[in-house]
Design a protein around this ligand. Sequence first.
Ligand code: URA
Length: 240
Amino acid sequence: MQSRVARLDRFISVQTGINRKHVRLMLARGRVLVDGVQAKDIQQPIGEFSRVLLDGQVLQANTPRYVMLHKPVGVVSATRDDEHRTVIDLLQADYRHGLHIAGRLDLNSSGLLLLTNDGRWSRGLSAPDSGVSKRYRVTLANPIDEEYIQAFADGIYFDYEGICTRPAGLRILGERLAEVTLTEGRYHQIKRMFGRFRNPVLELHRCAIGNLTLDADLLPGQSRELTAWEVACIGASIGD
Ligand code: URA
């Protein structure tokens, strides 16, 4: 997701079709307001949530939105798909516009998924090296033992990327049940880590991202908006 920052004269020109020379005159005459303040500087950066008015007409007014969704198994983490229902299809039609996913889950995984229209926030969260922890509950086909704990802590080499995974936490919760904590998000990472032991993952559920835990009363398919406090807490954990 691109961060949409443009300089003011270009932004107005693209939005209105008015050439930039003319836009500069408009700015000089104080006809443009950015976030309620008369704008004069042609180079003023305009982000996706800057509110821009020309002669009182709104050119841009977007409100940042952040959503927690309980992704069910069998729904694809995408905004469009020809074959499967997408997580966007689970939201109310009048609420979907502009939202994208901040960190995917596989088709057959479930749990906490975040959606937003804020490109900077989602990029920070979903970058492979974001450093934000993600906690998963994993059900396996075969029994697990202490050997897994050390292997996950040491990191597992992925041939395809030629990298070693960052130290990951593994807690044994039952004979075939584990809690795994990652601080990165590589393709099918957990399945591939258990794959090293030839132990297939039967169920994978994301319980938490950073210090944000999926609400216990949010049923599969249900969603709610994050509070400002939750947004700020997650933002603060990026790059830890
Ligand atoms: N690791 C996986 O293998 N799948 C997911 O959906 C998330 C992490």
